[in-house]
Design a protein around this ligand. Sequence first.
Ligand SMILES: Nc1ncnc2c1ncn2[C@@H]1O[C@H](COP(=O)(O)OP(=O)(O)OP(=O)(O)O)[C@@H](O)[C@H]1O
Length: 247
Amino acid sequence: MIQIINLVRAFNGQVVLDGINLEVPKGKITVIIGKSGTGKSVLLKHIVGLLKPDSGQILIDGVDITQARGRTLKRLKQRFGVLFQGGALFDSMTVFDNVAFPLREKTTLAEAEIIHRTRERLSQVALTAAMENKYPDELSGGMKKRVALARALIQEPELVLFDEPVTGLDPPMTNSVFQLITATQQKSDYTALVVSHDIPQIFAIADLVAMIHRGKIIAYGTPAEIQQDSNPLVQKFIQGNPEYIEE
Ligand SMILES: Nc1ncnc2c1ncn2[C@@H]1O[C@H](COP(=O)(O)OP(=O)(O)OP(=O)(O)O)[C@@H](O)[C@H]1O
């Protein structure tokens, strides 16, 4: 579904993406791993059309989003649900209004249908009706992630991008958010691209894992393949070996 071909991007002369090649298959969960500052968020921003590369292509079902403008770009963007780092909920809106927001902004659905769909999504992420009228600052970190997930899924996107969805959560909450990603993905069959450092948990949810190092994909495969990868850099990273920091 997504093909990234020779993607290159530098900022102020510093090359961040140095010829990324990656296929993200339809209806699967692909996880990108790699240390802080290797360009994982920059890559996601290119995929959703927020940044333009210096060169290379990103084909979404054959259409190059790096070249898309106007209506074509808008239509491509509508196919994405995005959960950026931090969740970015609107503090002045209730849980319900946060989740309903994309439907109110971008569709002409009747209010009754908006209420129905919003409740459906909230229950999908195990948020009860009692939570609907709370404001983000009354919620725990894990609850906020659930609300952000419900909002990312509200328009039934074909493709959902998650930028470090469990950062700052305790281990049970981390597992619970990962389980929700798996459960919603299986139910709605969207294509998921997740950026996460959380090893070993990501091996339990990923169909495919790609490791990015110095602007390139240096390993790609199933969790079992990655865990057995012969590249010492991959082994150092997944085992949390401090030597990797210097690599
Ligand atoms: N808009 C920008 N202008 C200049 N430099 C940028 C910009 N966005 C990102 N960078 C640089 O690109 C590099 C990669 O950043 P990015 O946020 O993609 O890393 P990351 O792999 O997602 O890290 P983390 O895991 O810590 O979130 C960093 O050196 C960052 O400073």
